[in-house]
Ligand binder design. Structure first.
Ligand code: MN
Length: 217
C-alpha cells in the first residue's frame, strides 16, 4: 500500500513502543490563528494520551511489536475486541500526519502535479476548497476531513471520517487532513467550527506537504 511509509516519514519511527513525535514547528507559530495553549493540550495532552494508551494496550500483545503502525491499524480495524487498539493507533497516525498539514507559511494553492490533478478532478482549486470546507463542516460530531488519492489512478477525492477512522483502511492515500474534533478548535474558536475551517484553508494549510504526499504515491 502506498500509504505505508507516511507515518515513518512524519514521525521518524515505525514500531512499538511509540513516542510522541515533536511538532514540526514551534507551538507559538500560529498565535493569531491557533494558540500555544491549543498545542499544549492538543499535542501535549490529547496526542500524548493516544500514544500512551496505545503502548499500554500493546504491552502484552507481542505479535504486534513487529508490525508498523499502519499494519497495527489495519490488523485491528473492524475487530470489536481490538477497538481500543484501533482507536488509539489510528489517532496516533492521524495527529502525527495532521501537524504537517499546518505551516507557519501556510495558505495559497497547490502547485505542480497536484494542482494539475486538482483541476482535472475538481475543475478548480476554489471548487476543491468549497468541497473540503463542506465536508469538514458537516462531519457530525468528532472526526476528520481529508483530501485523498486513489492508490492506483491518483484520482483525488474529498472524504470525511468519524472519530478515529482514516482513509488507509479503504486503500485511499491521505494527501491532507483537518482535525474537526472539538478539542482541535474549542479554545480558540469555541463552537465556531466554520471559522476554524476557513482560517485553516486560507492561512494554515501546508500544500508543500500535500504535494510531497501526492508525489510519493
Ligand atoms: Mn485532535
Amino acid at each position: 500500500m502506498g500509504s505505508e511509509k507516511i507515518f515513518s516519514r512524519v514521525a521518524n519511527q515505525n514500531f512499538y513502543p511509540f513516542k510522541l513525535p515533536d511538532l514540526p514547528f514551534p507551538k507559538n507559530s500560529f498565535s493569531n490563528y491557533m494558540s500555544e495553549k491549543t498545542f499544549d493540550f492538543h499535542h501535549g495532552k490529547h496526542h500524548a494520551a493516544y500514544v500512551n494508551n496505545l503502548n499500554k494496550l500493546l504491552e502484552d500483545k507481542s505479535e504486534m511489536h513487529k508490525k508498523t503502525l499502519e499494519e497495527i491499524i489495519l490488523a485491528s480495524y473492524g475487530k470489536s475486541e481490538m477497538m481500543g487498539v484501533f482507536n488509539n493507533s489510528a489517532q496516533v497516525w492521524n495527529h502525527s500526519f495532521f501537524w504537517h498539514c499546518l505551516s507557519p507559511n501556510g495558505g495559497g494553492e497547490p502547485k505542480g502535479d497536484l494542482m494539475a490533478q486538482v483541476k482535472k478532478d475538481f475543475g478548480s482549486y476554489d471548487s476543491l476548497k468549497e468541497k473540503f470546507a463542506q465536508a469538514a463542516a458537516t462531519q457530525f460530531g468528532s472526526g476528520w476531513a481529508w483530501l485523498v488519492a486513489d492508490s492506483t489512478t491518483k484520482k483525488l477525492e474529498i472524504v470525511k471520517t468519524g472519530n478515529a477512522e482514516l482513509p488507509i483502511t479503504q486503500n485511499l492515500i491521505p494527501i491532507l487532513t483537518l482535525d474537526v474534533w472539538e478539542h482541535a478548535y474549542y479554545l480558540d474558536y469555541q463552537n465556531k467550527r466554520p471559522d476554524y475551517i476557513s482560517i485553516f484553508l486560507n492561512n494554515l494549510v501546508n500544500w508543500d506537504f500535500a504535494e510531497k504526499n501526492f508525489a510519493a504515491i
